[in-house]
Design a protein around this ligand. Structure first.
Ligand SMILES: *[C@@H]1O[C@H](CO)[C@@H](O)[C@H](O)[C@H]1NC(C)=O
Ligand SMILES: *[C@@H]1O[C@H](CO)[C@@H](O)[C@H](O)[C@H]1NC(C)=O
Ligand SMILES: *[C@@H]1O[C@H](CO)[C@@H](O)[C@H](O)[C@H]1NC(C)=O
Ligand SMILES: *[C@@H]1O[C@H](CO)[C@@H](O)[C@H](O)[C@H]1NC(C)=O
Ligand SMILES: *[C@@H]1O[C@H](CO)[C@@H](O)[C@H](O)[C@H]1NC(C)=O
Ligand SMILES: *[C@@H]1O[C@H](CO)[C@@H](O)[C@H](O)[C@H]1NC(C)=O
Ligand SMILES: *[C@@H]1O[C@H](CO)[C@@H](O)[C@H](O)[C@H]1NC(C)=O
Length: 650
């Protein structure tokens, strides 16, 4: 009925040169159950998304574990790592690395020795630059702590200073009374401040009475200042970044990598057992992305992140391949498999088991539930394929399934590479870093895929647009690239019986460290830029039902694309999504949903130009929310912008 009149209307429009409208008729049944976790997020420490990002520590190089990772021409990591980067003397004291025993812990080999001038008097000490500044605000609490060895009887002042006003912003006093024979003693203070800093250019200083230690030395270790974290978790997440991540509305966390889990060269892979327990027991990890990881945001912090945001965990485990192409031989692989089983026992075992007891001792008596484990990451690269399909995947898979039959094991390689297909149900993780054209081209890409092998799109991003071609990546997501990603999402929603999840390949990057390619969010010490990709994902992830709905239209896909889902309950909401990718600047849209007539919420995302981006101080994306009333069972609205996305929720 409806279509007949539409055709007539189309004919009229043609005659009168009015832009043709889009008519969508949404059925109330006949769809497929969709993945309950279609949209998610991926975390690995990349470009300071962890240390100096998501991790709420303000002090950089807090345990003198070092900062930069150097590689030789064979792509091998070159130790040593320890240094005093980001630490400075306030005056004549000299700072030096020292490994003089006793050490604070086995994990921390080097500490900072402060040799005080023999004629020192008044305040003396040292300071830290932070991760290119610090967020000093009245809105949050701060927790400062350090370990001290040496003879000192007096006060140590911990204080934030502003580069801009050149004055002290706030301070807290530690009362110290110890001698060398006391060994390492811990001092900690929680404090708030009276005035927020004018900007992020702030530093943290520890000062003491020079006259009392003139000519002597004091030794410091693990100097930490935490800004109050998300959900007040101990050793937790930076609040503003975490709130930004939570607002995306994802349902899973893929972690801990990514290339960062793989490691550059032996023996430097991401080791779960070195990321747990008290922070003084955490060894450094020379990360893949050029800098030392503190392992402060470790396995349990990521699990707490999952708990706080109610995210399913997709756990990546090291699969026997380093990025320098070294592969663990079949006869040597068992210890690495045992390591994964130990990790799974640590996470899932009862608190009576060996590793479950260790977890309980860290404050997590209840086992976690891990349903997805991915073996390796991108094993189709770095000469990984022969060994992965030859023995590595199978050995990990069989060992995991043997103990945890309910775990879904994920292959980091496309099924087509396997000479003998793994058992049906095996999930394949496909990474899509594409041009906008290829991203849009994949809209129908999963329509005819083999239903036996579910797909995780564990990383995606539109990285080339119609101006930037390989190898010149986009610096920032644009309206155009985000809309290409949105079209890609629609292709997944239409195939939600096959796709278990999708997450962007670059959740967070530090603005200073990665101006050159895309991320959902980029941050400095005090600010966050939410990109067009961020808003596209946020719009889609927050508005997503538990089953797909068939939609009929008399238009073909392109330049307009659409898909819809609804909540299963009879009165459940519908989420109808439409993306315009290079179509008319104004599109009349008419939607009918048979059993709905209540007011609908319409959310749209667009921007001034297809190349528009969001950058620090210049947010161009336009997000609107309006109410659409139905008339005679139809919802009408105008989608504005040659590139735009919309979701109608009713
Ligand atoms: C349901 O899934 C089948 C493939 O398994 C697909 O052909 C069909 O279009 C899907 N229907 C909807 C409404 O998503
Ligand atoms: C300490 O005394 C020496 C000379 O003995 C002088 O050169 C130096 O500047 C003095 N340092 C301070 C911090 O006063
Ligand atoms: C603050 O000033 C010091 C030099 O006194 C500099 O080393 C540091 O990088 C500055 N911090 C910021 C965030 O500009
Ligand atoms: C500092 O941190 C607080 C709390 O996370 C956040 O609300 C604020 O936006 C941040 N930046 C500045 C400049 O205060
Ligand atoms: C962590 O486990 C690995 C084995 O997978 C082992 O080589 C390493 O020494 C362990 N680290 C510590 C600190 O025990
Ligand atoms: C919706 O648009 C169609 C076509 O332009 C029109 O026939 C119909 O009356 C409109 N309905 C409402 C509720 O405005
Ligand atoms: C209202 O909807 C009914 C059924 O869809 C249709 O028959 C009727 O023509 C519509 N009325 C108007 C004024 O559009």
């Amino acid at each position: 009925m409806l279509f007949r009149s539409m055709k007539l209307w189309h004919a009229l429009c043609g005659l009168l040169h009015i832009a043709q409208g889009l008519y969508l008729d949404v059925a109330t049944s006949g769809g497929n159950a969709s993945s309950p976790m279609l949209y998610g997020v991926m975390y690995e420490d990349v470009y300071h998304s962890g240390d100096g990002g998501m991790y709420s520590e303000l002090i950089q190089n807090r345990a003198f574990q070092g900062t930069t990772v150097h590689l030789d021409s064979n792509r091998h990591v070159v130790p040593p790592f320890e240094n005093l980067d980001y630490w400075h003397s306030r005056g004549s004291d000299s700072l030096a690395l020292d490994n003089d025993a006793p050490l604070l812990s086995d994990a921390l080999a080097w500490h900072m020795r402060v040799d005080v001038d023999s004629n020192a008097s008044g305040d003396t000490g040292f300071w830290n630059e932070g991760y290119w500044g610090m967020n000093i605000t009245t809105a949050t609490r701060y927790a400062a702590s350090f370990y001290l060895r040496g003879d000192y009887d007096g006060e140590i002042l911990g204080a934030f200073w502003s580069n801009t006003t050149k004055s002290m912003l706030a301070s807290t006093v530690f009362t110290v009374s110890q001698t060398e024979s006391d060994g390492w003693m811990l001092y900690q203070q929680s404090f708030t401040i009276d005035n927020s800093a004018p900007d992020g250019k702030n530093t943290f200083h520890l000062t003491f009475d020079g006259a009392k230690v003139a000519g002597k030395c004091l030794r410091f270790q693990m100097i930490s200042v935490f800004q109050q974290s998300f959900e007040n978790s101990n050793n937790g997440l930076r609040m503003d970044l975490a709130e930004g991540v939570q607002a995306i509305g994802g349902r899973f966390l893929r972690m801990p990598g990514g290339n960062n889990m793989e490691g550059q060269s032996s023996p430097y892979r991401w080791k779960w057992n070195e990321t747990i327990g008290p922070i003084i027991d955490r060894r450094l990890f020379p990360g893949t992305w050029g800098y030392i990881n503190t392992n402060g945001l470790g396995l349990l912090e990521m699990m707490q992140w999952c708990l706080d945001m109610q995210l399913e965990t997709i756990l990546g485990v090291w699969g026997g391949l380093y990025l320098d192409s070294e592969v663990i031989a079949e006869e040597d692989l068992q210890p690495y498999i045992d390591d994964v089983l130990n990790e799974l026992e640590f996470l899932m075992g009862p608190s009576t088991s060996k590793y479950g007891a260790l977890r309980a001792s860290f404050g997590y008596p209840d086992p976690f539930k891990i349903k997805y484990v991915e073996v390796g990451n991108e094993d189709y690269l770095n000469n990984g394929i022969p060994s992965y399909v030859g023995y590595r995947y199978t050995m990990f898979h069989d060992a995991i399934k043997n103990v945890y039959p309910d775990i879904n094991v994920i292959s980091s390689i496309w099924m087509g590479y396997f000479p003998t297909l793994p058992p049906p149900g095996t999930v394949q993780d496909l990474h899509d870093y594409l041009s906008v054209a290829d991203m849009v081209g994949k809209f129908g890409g999963y329509d005819h895929a083999d239903r036996n092998y579910p797909v995780l799109v564990g990383e995606y991003a539109a990285i080339y647009d119609d101006q930037h071609q390989n190898p010149n990546q986009l610096n920032n997501p644009t309206l155009q690239s985000a809309m290409a990603e949105a079209v890609y999402f629609l292709g997944l929603e239409r195939n939600a019986d096959l796709i278990i999840g999708i997450c962007h390949g670059a959740l967070i990057k530090n603005l200073l460290h990665e101006p050159g390619n895309v991320a959902m969010m980029k941050h400095s010490a005090t600010e966050i830029v939410f990109s067009y990709s961020y808003y596209a994902a946020r719009m889609f992830a927050n508005n997503y039902g538990s089953e797909t709905v068939p939609i009929t239209s008399d238009s073909n896909f392109g330049p307009l694309y659409w898909a819809g889902t609804k909540d299963a309950s009879p009165s459940g909401k519908y989420y109808l999504k439409i993306v315009n990718f290079d179509g008319a600047s104004s599109t009349p849209v008419t939607v009918t949903i048979a059993d709905k007539s209540s007011p609908a919420k319409l959310i749209t995302l667009s921007g001034p130009d297809k190349y528009s981006t969001n950058t620090l101080g210049s947010v161009t994306s336009v997000w609107t929310e309006t109410t659409i009333y139905s008339k005679n069972g139809t919802y009408n609205f105008t989608l504005s912008g040659e590139y735009a996305s919309a979701v109608l929720i009713v």
